[in-house]
Ligand binder design. Structure first.
Ligand SMILES: NC(=O)c1ccc[n+]([C@@H]2O[C@H](COP(=O)([O-])OP(=O)(O)OC[C@H]3O[C@@H](n4cnc5c(N)ncnc54)[C@H](OP(=O)(O)O)[C@@H]3O)[C@@H](O)[C@H]2O)c1
Length: 362
């Protein structure tokens, strides 16, 4: 593995935030070894895993960080697996298989506005490209037993799931046991990561979906209880029933406006709602005019906003859950070719997938 065979030009996708259908494949100069500064490496990207956020960036609706103007051009996507082909780093040697981190400067502790300004794939250039230069602190070494496409799914979906379970907990939390129930909403990337990590940590998992077929698939991955939120619209009651009226200890709130009130209804007294996303809408709860204070105090709940996680928690997750004997294997629903990036993003946007969608680059 070296820069010997690296072509002088490479292909990369860009978006001007005017919709997925308008993303463009362009040819640009490949970064060369001589461009590297101290502490940087050149990576040949093999696989890119898509996140809901990438569709928002391409559609111009990503609202967490607005340091780029509404029509600025950016290379989208944040999650990749690749190989170091040139190095000016003392920690990463040529040939090392690496994964990107999301907010590149977020190495430990509380995330800050400064870290959000280092988000890969907005506002910083992303990874939907054949080669990219990274500072070595923005990479971790990939677990050896995962394929390139499986490994590419770790940076956002799995790290977010990890911090959504463990943010407040010391790692080998004595309170984690089958008596700890984790509620996952829908079968997207973060929820399925939650099923797999929950199983590895010995938790009981409940998952909802609009599809019985997807629920059966979740069961084969180890989900303990399944609920179809279309045919059981009062799924909050069902969660209480399944937990003997206690409620879920941890809720992955990925739903937003259509789910948040129900999540408050079925979280355990003293439980944790990890506020992760809004696949059902960003607006206020359509059904409720209830103040969030009232919702939180009713069952003495902690509502914790989650913004992915720092690099040291990513490494901790790899060390604990991605050792070969733990058997955590990400679920890759579909792999698209590099030229099919538009189709891949559209497929993710449609919500037809189960787990993760990947684009093969190299
Ligand atoms: N805060 C963070 O650090 C962070 C990190 C990652 C993601 N997120 C956010 O978290 C959310 C989920 O991300 P993701 O990557 O898992 O998305 P995703 O893979 O695109 O999730 C899509 C799934 O959401 C489910 N869904 C849609 N409407 C639903 C509803 N009303 N109730 C329950 N489930 C519903 C569907 O599941 P079924 O088809 O099974 O019904 C759909 O397949 C997004 O808003 C994303 O931006 C935040």
């Amino acid at each position: 593995m070296s820069t010997k065979d690296t072509p002088s030009t490479m292909r990369q996708w860009t978006t001007d935030q005017k919709g997925i259908k308008n993303i463009k494949l362009e040819e640009v100069k490949t970064p060369s070894e001589s461009d590297l500064k101290e502490g940087e490496v050149l990576v040949k990207i093999t696989c890119v895993s898509l996140n809901y956020r990438d569709t928002e960036v391409c559609n111009g609706t990503y609202g967490h960080h607005r340091s780029l103007s509404q029509d600025a051009k950016v290379v989208p996507c944040s999650d990749m697996c690749g190989a170091v082909i040139a190095s000016k780093s003392s920690s990463l040697k040529v040939g090392t298989r690496v994964l990107s981190t999301f907010n590149q400067s977020h190495l430990t502790g509380q995330v800050t506005a400064k870290d959000l300004a280092t988000g890969t794939g907005f506002p910083l250039p992303g990874v939907l490209t054949q080669y990219r230069v990274f500072p070595d602190h923005a990479l971790v070494t990939a677990p050896t037993h995962l394929t390139n496409s499986e490994a590419s799914t770790l940076p956002i979906a799995f790290v977010t799931a990890w911090t959504s379970i463990n943010y407040f907990q010391p790692l080998h939390n004595p309170h984690h046991s089958p008596n700890t129930t984790l509620l996952l909403l829908g079968t997207g990337g973060v929820s399925i990561a939650g099923v797999l990590l929950g199983k590895a940590l010995g938790l009981t998992t409940i998952i909802t979906s609009s599809s019985d077929q997807k629920l059966q698939r979740a069961k084969t991955l180890g989900a303990d209880h399944i609920i179809n939120y279309r045919t059981t619209p009062n799924w909050d009651d069902k969660v209480l029933e399944l937990t003997g009226d206690k409620g879920a200890d941890i809720v992955f709130e990925t739903g937003g406006s259509q789910t948040i009130e129900k999540s408050f209804n079925c979280v355990a007294f003293g439980g944790l709602i990890s506020a992760i996303g809004y696949v059902s809408g960003k607006e206020e709860s359509a059904e409720s005019k209830v103040n969030v204070n009232v919702l939180a105090l009713r069952r003495n709940v902690t509502l914790k906003g989650i913004l992915n996680g720092p690099r040291d928690r990513f490494q901790e997750m790899i060390d604990v859950a991605f050792q070969e004997d733990k058997g955590v294997k990400p679920v890759v629903d579909q792999v698209f070719e590099f030229e099919q990036a538009r189709e891949a993003l559209k497929y993710l946007e449609s919500g037809s997938h189960f787990g993760k969608v990947v684009i093969k680059v190299g």
